[in-house]
Design a protein around this ligand. Structure first.
Ligand SMILES: NC(=O)c1ccc[n+]([C@@H]2O[C@H](COP(=O)([O-])OP(=O)(O)OC[C@H]3O[C@@H](n4cnc5c(N)ncnc54)[C@H](O)[C@@H]3O)[C@@H](O)[C@H]2O)c1
Length: 356
């Protein structure tokens, strides 16, 4: 396979600001087609990015034989059907997060990837940022010892994406802040602790800013032209989850699009040899030297563009046939944990993963 030919499904914010520019920075990749139900947006994006073929119906894009791989950049509710259709059409797939809101939906996608012997990767871009990569190196080397507790979150004070568009419409988004940004923090923590088997989940899911909602500016206004606007806002703006794993590790996750707090992203890992805390772009290790407790601030010498690294990795997986960084079990378990958080919040009790 010389040049890998790619199609983009969904021409909105993430396609225009991440997938398209990132593919353009990867050698041996050509974007040959783009599809969006908003044909004018697809056409405008294609003109700017010099993409030769434009479609309104993504199935027409999937009919193009020369396309090896597709990026799925559409509202969450379409991820499952589009991924399965693309895999059945013989394409490798990278799908935006959340891949699925239910374990059974994620399993169906994974089955389609296995049946068609294609790569399926979840676009969990935060695994590629330099802090995540450094931490993963430390953890794999054993520098933190046994990690038994991890907590983290993605907290916005006021910042609801696409207020009144698909993001805030449960039928299209499948959930609110936990599905949208909570999944970033959840996936990153789950991967860092070595992806143990989840056993039980408790969750809290609320909407407290329905009448005081502020648009967060994403997707960028220039990419919203002609978008569906329903005015619906029926999803969570704050959610938390507490997950127990079969090895005894516990994970706490919190996410908000709107709440009265300091807005920040954070992650804290507690291990038997050392702990680690990351806020935004900072990283600190809590360790010991001799009888002394020490705080270590790693020098971040390898800043990268996570989105470009993500696309390089996807293309490399296609070329080598190696399993991508997001494994089938991880994709299914992240979906099950999300499902468990919402189900626990709805039922008011702890949910066993074996029930899902
Ligand atoms: N990785 C990240 O950091 C990140 C950031 C933002 C969004 N996302 C994810 O990317 C996906 C898209 O989000 P976005 O911000 O680009 O939204 P967006 O609204 O800007 O773009 C979505 C596009 O999909 C199109 N679309 C809707 N239904 C379609 C269909 N049936 N066929 C073809 N096109 C269709 C819309 O017309 C729109 O242009 C979501 O799953 C979101 O969670 C990821």
């Amino acid at each position: 396979m010389d040049t890998i030919k790619v199609g983009i499904i969904g021409a909105g914010g993430i396609a225009q600001h991440s997938h398209i520019p990132s593919y353009k920075k990867v050698d041996g990749v050509e974007i040959v087609a783009i599809a969006d139900i908003n044909e004018a947006k697809a056409r405008g994006t294609a003109e700017k990015a010099e993409i030769p073929k434009v479609f309104k119906d993504y199935r027409d894009l999937l009919d193009i034989k020369e396309i090896d791989a597709v990026s799925i950049c559409t509202p969450n509710v379409f991820h499952k059907a589009m991924s399965i259709d693309a895999l059945n059409a013989g394409k490798h797939v990278i799908c935006e997060k959340p891949v699925a809101a239910k374990g059974s939906d994620a399993s169906e996608i994974i089955d389609a990837a296995k049946k068609n012997e294609r790569i399926f990767m979840a676009a969990q871009v935060q695994r590629f940022n330099h802090i995540s990569q450094i931490l993963k190196d430390f953890i794999v080397r054993g520098d933190l010892g046994e990690i038994y507790y991890v907590k983290g979150g993605y907290l916005r004070r006021r910042g609801i994406p696409g207020l009144g568009g698909w993001f805030t419409n449960k039928a299209l988004a499948l959930g609110g802040c936990m599905m949208d940004i909570g999944v970033h923090a959840l996936d990153r923590m789950y991967w860092l602790i070595g992806s143990p088997q989840p056993v039980a989940v408790s969750g809290m899911v609320v909407q407290k800013f329905k009448d005081n909602a502020v648009d967060g500016g994403w997707p960028p206004l220039a990419t919203r032209q002609g978008d569906l606007f329903t005015g619906v806002n029926d999803v969570d703006d704050m959610a938390t989850g507490y997950v127990k794993f079969d090895n005894g590790t516990v994970l706490f996750i919190e996410a908000s699009w709107a709440t009265n707090c300091e807005p920040y992203n954070y992650l804290e890992l507690m291990g038997t040899k050392a702990g680690a805390k990351s806020t935004g772009d900072n990283l600190k290790i809590f360790s010991e030297i001799g009888d002394n407790l020490v705080d270590i601030a790693p020098v971040i010498s390898r800043k990268n563009d996570p989105s470009v690294e993500q696309m390089k990795h996807f293309i490399e997986s296609i070329r080598t046939g190696k399993e991508p960084i997001t494994t089938p079990d991880e994709i299914i378990n992240v979906a099950k944990i999300l499902e468990g958080i919402y189900k626990s919040a709805e039922t008011g009790r702890e949910v066993l993963i074996s029930e899902l």
